[in-house]
Design a protein around this ligand. Structure first.
Ligand SMILES: C[S@@+](CC[C@H](N)C(=O)[O-])C[C@H]1O[C@@H](n2cnc3c(N)ncnc32)[C@H](O)[C@@H]1O
Length: 370
C-alpha cells in the first residue's frame, strides 16, 4: 500500500482484505485504520479500486473540476485539437477524451463507477462548444469492468472533422476510425517529419496517412503500406485533401517489405509505426523479435544516408530496450546509425504520471543510416 501513499492509482485485488461496497460505488480506502485514498470500486476487475482523490470529496465534483482544469491546460498546448483527458496520466483513470477542431469529441470510459457520469462529461464538452460527442466504448477494458459495449453519437449529429497538423490537413472519422479516430500521440513526430520529406519515402503502418501525407506535402514521393481497407481508402482521401499523390500498397507489412526488397526498391526515408505489438507482459519476447525484424527490413530498404523513423507504442518495452533493438537491427545489417537528437516520445497532451510508469509508452527515433 506504500505505492498508493506515493500517488499510484491502482489497487490490486491481492491487496484488498475486506470490502463493504456495491459495484461502481465511490469508496474510501483504509489501511491500518487510516484513510489512504478515494476511488471507484469495480469488483470484476483485477484492479478493483482506481484512485481519483486523496480527499473526502463528491465524485462528480472531482471529475468535473478535473475536466475543467485539464481543458485549460491542454488548450494552452494545442488550442483546437488535443487529448483533453489521458486517463491515469491526467488522474482520471479509465477516461479518454479527444477533441478534434473544437467540433467533434470522442470519449472512452473504462471504469464502472465512471459510467454514470458519462452524460455529465458529454454535457461539459457541449458547454465548451464541442457540439458533437461520440462514445467509443468498446474493447477488452469494458468487458473486464462488466460494462456493455457501445459506440455512437451521444450529442450532435456529425462524427467527422478536418484537422490541421503542421502543414497538412487530415479527415478524422471518430466513429469508423481506430481507437478514438486519430493517433494524436504522434503529432509532434509527424510534424517533424516534414523537415526530411524528400526523395522516395515509405510509410509503413500508415493508418489514414499520418507520416506519409506530411512527407508528401514536403516534397517526397511516398509509398504507403497499410493492411486495413477502410484505412487505405482514407489515405486516398487525405492525399486528395492536401493536393498530393502517393502509391498505396494494401497488405501485411512484413510481406510487403520483403517484396519491395526482392524488387530492388530503395528509399530515402522509411517510417515504421506498428500497432502495440505487446498488449500484455507475456507478449514481450515475441514483440521484440517483430520490432527487430521490421527494423532490419526497413534499414535494408534505406539508401546510404537515408532516414529511419522508428516507433514503438507498447509500454512493455522501455526506451532503452527499444534503442537496443534498433541498434541491434542495424548491426545485423552491417550499417551504422546516428540518431538526430534524443529519443522522442508522445505529444505533451499525453501526460506522463510518474507514479504510473505505463503512462509513458511511445518511443520514436529519427535515425540516419550510414
Ligand atoms: C499505430 S497505427 C499507425 C498510425 C499512423 N502512423 C499515424 O500516424 O496515423 C498502426 C497501423 O498499422 C496497421 N496494421 C496493423 N497490422 C498491420 C500489418 N501486419 N501490416 C500492415 N499494416 C498493419 C493498422 O491497421 C493501423 O492502421
Amino acid at each position: 500500500m506504500e505505492n498508493i501513499a506515493r500517488g499510484a492509482l491502482h489497487i490490486y485485488a491481492q491487496n484488498v482484505e475486506r470490502v463493504d461496497a456495491s459495484p461502481g460505488d465511490w469508496v474510501e480506502v483504509l489501511h491500518g485504520g487510516e484513510t489512504l485514498a478515494y476511488g471507484f470500486y469495480s469488483p470484476s476487475s483485477s484492479i478493483p479500486v482506481k484512485v481519483y482523490s486523496w480527499e473526502d470529496e463528491d465524485p462528480r465534483e472531482v471529475i468535473l473540476q478535473r475536466l475543467e482544469w485539464l481543458w485549460k491546460r491542454k488548450r494552452r498546448l494545442y488550442p483546437t485539437t488535443f487529448r483533453h483527458v489521458f486517463a491515469e496520466g491526467d488522474l482520471v483513470p479509465g477516461l479518454i477524451v479527444d477533441v478534434y477542431g473544437l467540433e467533434v469529441a470522442a470519449l472512452k470510459v473504462n471504469v464502472l463507477g465512471l459510467e454514470r457520469f458519462k452524460e455529465d462529461i458529454a454535457d461539459f464538452l457541449v458547454e465548451k462548444g464541442v457540439e458533437n460527442v461520440v462514445e467509443r466504448n468498446e474493447g477488452k477494458g469494458r468487458k473486464k469492468e462488466g460494462l456493455p459495449l457501445r459506440k455512437g453519437l451521444l450529442r450532435g449529429k456529425t462524427y467527422r472533422s478536418v484537422i490541421k497538423e503542421g502543414n497538412v490537413e487530415f479527415i478524422v472519422d471518430v466513429l469508423k476510425g481506430q481507437k478514438t479516430g486519430f493517433y494524436l500521440d504522434q503529432r509532434e513526430n509527424r510534424v517533424f517529419s516534414e523537415k526530411i520529406g524528400e526523395g522516395r519515402a515509405l510509410d509503413v503502418f500508415s493508418y489514414t496517412g499520418g507520416f506519409g501525407v506530411h512527407l508528401a506535402a514536403a516534397g517526397a514521393s511516398v509509398t504507403f503500406v497499410e493492411m486495413g481497407k477502410w484505412e487505405s481508402g482514407m489515405i486516398e482521401k487525405n492525399l486528395e485533401l492536401n493536393g498530393v499523390e502517393g502509391r498505396i500498397i494494401r497488405g501485411d507489412a512484413v510481406d510487403v517489405l520483403k517484396r519491395l526488397l526482392e524488387q530492388r526498391e530503395s528509399f530515402d526515408v522509411v517510417s515504421l509505426d506498428p500497432p502495440a505489438l505487446a498488449k500484455e507482459g507475456r507478449d514481450v519476447e515475441k514483440a521484440k523479435r517483430m520490432y527487430f525484424l521490421l527494423n532490419r527490413l526497413a534499414i535494408r530498404l534505406l539508401k546510404p544516408g537515408g532516414i529511419l523513423l522508428s516507433s514503438s507504442c507498447t509500454h512493455f518495452l522501455s526506451p532503452r530496450e527499444f534503442l537496443g533493438i534498433v541498434r541491434g537491427a542495424a548491426q545485423k545489417e552491417g550499417r551504422r546509425l546516428r540518431m538526430l537528437g534524443s529519443l522522442r516520445g508522445q505529444a505533451p497532451d499525453h501526460t506522463v504520471y510518474l507514479p504510473q510508469p505505463e503512462t509513458q509508452y511511445l518511443k520514436h527515433g529519427v535515425f540516419e543510416v550510414e
